[in-house]
Each structure stands twice: as structure tokens, then as C-alpha cells.
Design a protein around this ligand. Sequence first.
Ligand SMILES: Cc1cc2nc3c(=O)[nH]c(=O)nc-3n(C[C@H](O)[C@H](O)[C@H](O)COP(=O)(O)OP(=O)(O)OC[C@H]3O[C@@H](n4cnc5c(N)ncnc54)[C@H](O)[C@@H]3O)c2cc1C
Length: 266
Amino acid sequence: MDASIYNAAVSGKVMVTPDIMIITIDTDEPRKEFEAGQHTLLGLYGFEKRSFNSEPESVPADKGKLIERPYSIVSAKSENRRFEFYISQVKSGQLTSRLFNLNSGDRVYVGTKISGIFRLDETPDGTDIVMVATGTGIAPYISFLRSHIIERPESKMVVIQGGAHHWDLGYFNELTFLEQTFANFFYVPTLINADNHWDGYRLCIEDLLKKDTLQNEFNITPDPERTRFFVSGKPDMVKHVSEWLHDFGYTRHHPDDPGEMYVEEF
Ligand SMILES: Cc1cc2nc3c(=O)[nH]c(=O)nc-3n(C[C@H](O)[C@H](O)[C@H](O)COP(=O)(O)OP(=O)(O)OC[C@H]3O[C@@H](n4cnc5c(N)ncnc54)[C@H](O)[C@@H]3O)c2cc1C
């Protein structure tokens, strides 16, 4: 079967757990400059093999069709050929079960456009930035930080990352390193099901915010004039945090109708 549409090759793959991976993909041709936080399409044909630990597909893939889905780019915006992605396997899913079967050197399709309105560069200079994530929702923030942390010393920047177990805290080492390196960056991981070795927060993100942790620890107020919020991850968490912010006067950002709260669900 014809896979000539494939325009990139896997250059690295780290399995964080059997169902979470960091994959780097090199495109044959460079891509145009993008903004941190944006996404592109990855694609594989339905005839490709699925991973050993996948489950029967909820909707069986058509063998002759390219399956495409959007993924946030983890890499800094200075990259134009080597792109990193942080991907969670939906065991019954069409694309992730095939992406998880890829190895170094394997060919894959990467969209030629990079797009999205989940962008740090649109926030006013000097505003504090709070980035809230569960699961693979951390991906765009790593791109934000790799691209912009040096440029915004006047903004306090906080990442609040929620999960159940320690292995849900993707990029924990990088985020901890940034916290130790930059005086204006704060990392707040919280785990609801951690073992006894965990000495961090044990609250769900919604409760952590309601307990005024941002105010008490970092003197950051949920004030639309002073603080921009990014919220990315599981739909339930995104909904609850958006509702909480709405009560402080936040509105959802759209380029045609600018707001102070940037939202991405996945
Ligand atoms: C802007 C944007 C950026 C994204 N970035 C990322 C990213 O960086 N990393 C990443 O892993 N994903 C990301 N996603 C999600 C991704 O596009 C796919 O939806 C996801 O990988 C599932 O694809 P699939 O083909 O394997 O599953 P599908 O075949 O599309 O879905 C199969 C079934 O699983 C359900 N399902 C879909 N997604 C999930 C999920 N996450 N958890 C549980 N059930 C699910 C569907 O409702 C469906 O019933 C992003 C989505 C958007 C819109």
C-alpha cells in the first residue's frame, strides 16, 4: 500500500509508562516559524500495525485512509524540523494505538501547517501567567517555557500540574530545574493518589485553587487585569477551573473576542 504522503521520520521515543510517550519526529522539509503552544497534525494510515497493548478499536479504522489528529508541539518555537510530542495512548483509539507502535526511523505524516490560538505571545507584557494542566495538557507549557521564560523576567509564571500518581507528572525534572533556575518561575505539582514518598500537595487542582494557594504562596491574584490563565487537559478539570475563573470576571480568549483565559481540552 502507498504511504508516499509520509513526510517525516521518528528520531526518538521515550516510553514514560506503557501508555505515555515522548516522541521526536524530524520532518523532511522545515516548517514555517510557529508560536509556542500551537499544534500540528500527525497521521498514519489505517493499514499500519497497532501497539501490542492496544485494545479493539471503538470505531475500526479504514485501512486505506490517513488517520490524522492534532498534537501540541512541546519543542521551543526556534525548532523548524525536529518536533517533540507528549502523547497518551487511548488504547481503543485509531491513531495513538498506531503511533505507539512506531520506532526510530519509521515514517509518519506531519501536517504542513502549525496553528492554534493557545499562545503565550498574545498575553500583555508584565502580566502574571498561570498555567494549569492535567495529563498531556502540560505539552504546550513546556513549549512556552522553553521559548519565552528568559524574555519575561518581569512576569511571575506558575505551572500547576495535577495527576493521580508521580508518573502522571510529565516533564517533572525539567519543571523542577526551571524552578531552581528562574526566580520568577514556580512549579506546583499536586497528586491525589501518591504514595508515602510524596511530600507535595495532595489536592485536586480545583481544590488547590479554591484554597487560595496562588495568593498565599506567590501573591498572585485571580484578577483578569493582572493575571492571565491557561487551562489545558481533561475536559472536567478544564470546565471546573473555567467556571471558577468566570466568577472572578475572566472570559475565554478568542482572537476576535480577546479574553484573559486560554483554554484547550484534550
Ligand atoms: C488542539 C489539540 C491538541 C492536542 N494535543 C495532544 C497532545 O499533545 N497529546 C495527546 O496525547 N493528545 C492531544 N490531543 C488529543 C488528540 O488529538 C487525539 O484526540 C487523541 O490522541 C486520541 O486519538 P485516537 O485517534 O487515538 O483516538 P480516537 O480514535 O479519536 O478516539 C477513540 C475513543 O476514545 C475517546 N478519546 C479520545 N481522546 C481521549 C483521551 N485523551 N482519553 C480518553 N479517551 C479519549 C474518544 O471519545 C473516542 O470514543 C490534542 C487535541 C487537540 C484538539
